[in-house]
Design a protein around this ligand. Structure first.
Ligand code: F6P
Length: 370
């Protein structure tokens, strides 16, 4: 069946922000306008549509060239985002006063039909793209764009935001070497990444860490303590250890700060502190913890992320023009291609245990906690 021509599209950004979101918004807007389409921006994920009362100036705005001028290098998202914005599991107050959840996805699909919006560009990570896939199954024309600092999305070589996070974490590690060395300390650096160790592994290798703990390799803290003591024995009296927030000991679990709730994934954090305490107890060395947390999500995108985001945005518009739907634009070096959303939704790309990057860490003598 021939697809109807596009006149109006909408774009939304969902989940945790990542450097490069504004570059996607700029590319989508301009590429759409150049085709004679109108481009609308939905505020805070889908909240601009589902909760219009929260937006006196409008929950859905018409994006113009002026609105997207000079934003590609800026962090954050001009549209706002939320990681509590799942329309299939909307948090709602039940008649008995307690909090429950409601499926409002039909309202969203109806809004698109009523307002003549022919397609959606959904920019997000695993959660947002799983929602995008479900909306596609409800008949919406959807193209996804892979965003996350965690780099844990399948079927794309990389997500935008990851390079910026790794670059910043590496710079932090560079800075920590001199203070750790001056005080002969162990510095434990906790980084984000959810249940994938991409940020920890890449920044840890680039930043010359001596130990790296990732979720993919359950760790034995005694092995790490021995490694630090061995370094001491040959005169390297300081150590830098990178701990992914999702890392877990062999005999334990990842540290959950807050359990999952309606439309919101669980929050991880605190493993750095646990590892630091265990290392101090075992080695007797003065140990400090640095949690990089949301600093990894802030700031300007690197040139790599900016370019990836612009390419993804432009490719999303081309995909719609070519009649594609239910796909995600993906980096398949050297080009951007399209992959089915259902091959991405609900899947996590973990660090491969047989990959050369992990092997590189081992070959240069970094302790992986096993
Ligand atoms: O997915 C991006 C991410 O930054 C994760 O690395 C982290 O676990 C999570 O988001 C933190 O989310 P929040 O913004 O709810 O603290």
């Amino acid at each position: 069946m021939p697809v109807s021509p596009i006149r109006r599209i909408a774009i939304c950004t969902g989940g945790g922000d990542a450097p490069g979101l504004n570059a996607v918004i700029r590319a989508v807007t301009i590429a759409a306008i150049r085709r004679g389409w109108e481009c609308l921006g939905i505020r805070d994920g889908f909240n601009g549509v589902l909760f219009p009362e929260r937006y006196p100036a409008g929950g859905v705005v018409r994006l113009t060239r002026d609105l997207v001028r000079g934003i590609a290098h800026q962090g954050g998202t001009i549209l706002g985002t939320t990681n509590k914005g799942d329309p299939f599991h909307c948090q709602t107050r039940l008649p008995d006063g307690t909090l429950g959840e409601k499926d409002r996805s039909d309202e969203l699909v109806a809004y698109f039909a009523e307002h003549g919006i022919d397609a959606l560009v959904s920019v997000g990570g695993d959660g947002s793209l799983t929602i995008a896939n479900a909306l596609h199954q409800k008949g919406l024309r959807v193209v996804g764009v892979p965003k996350t600092i965690d780099n844990d999305l399948d079927k794309t070589m990389t997500t935008f935001g990851f390079d910026s996070a790794v670059g910043f974490a590496t710079e932090c590690l560079d800075r920590l070497h001199s203070t750790a060395q001056s005080h002969q300390r162990v510095m434990v650096v906790e980084v984000m990444g959810r249940y994938a160790g991409w940020i920890a592994l890449h920044a840890g290798i680039a930043g010359n860490a001596h130990g790296i703990l990732i979720p993919e390799i359950p760790f034995d803290v005694d092995r790490l303590a021995e490694h630090i003591q061995a370094r001491d024995a040959y005169g390297q009296t300081y150590s830098i250890v990178v701990v992914a927030e999702g890392a877990a000991p062999r005999d334990g679990h990842a540290h959950v700060l807050q359990p999952a709730e309606a439309g919101h994934a669980e929050r991880l954090g605190g493993m750095g502190e646990q590892v630091a305490n265990a290392l101090q107890a075992r080695t007797g060395k003065d140990t400090r913890v640095v949690v990089l947390g949301h600093l990894l999500r802030g700031g300007s995108p690197t040139a790599f992320d900016r370019l990836a985001a612009l390419r993804f945005g432009a490719a999303a518009v081309r995909a719609l023009e070519e009649g594609e739907t239910g796909v995600m634009v993906a980096l398949a070096f050297p080009n951007v291609n399209y992959v089915p959303l259902h091959d991405v939704a609900g899947r996590m790309k973990a660090v491969p245990l047989d990959g050369d990057t992990l092997q590189t860490a081992r070959d240069v003598g970094i302790c992986m906690g096993d």
